[in-house]
Design a protein around this ligand. Sequence first.
Ligand SMILES: [Zn+2]
Length: 64
Amino acid sequence: MSKAYTYACRDCEGMEDCPGEVSAATQDEVWKLMELHAVIAHGEDPSSWDNETREYLGTLIKPK
Ligand SMILES: [Zn+2]
């Protein structure tokens, strides 16, 4: 079985109603997809995320 990581947007505080989920083989790829999702679905600017935010989001990436 190949490894996979997943991030569910609803696990993020304040995003409980978002159905968005991304999965990929590596955490790096999940980060890219998360950032893309944040831009498209939430109009966020990932370059403005501080270390604390990234640390928090990192805890939401789970092995599948
Ligand atoms: Zn979302």
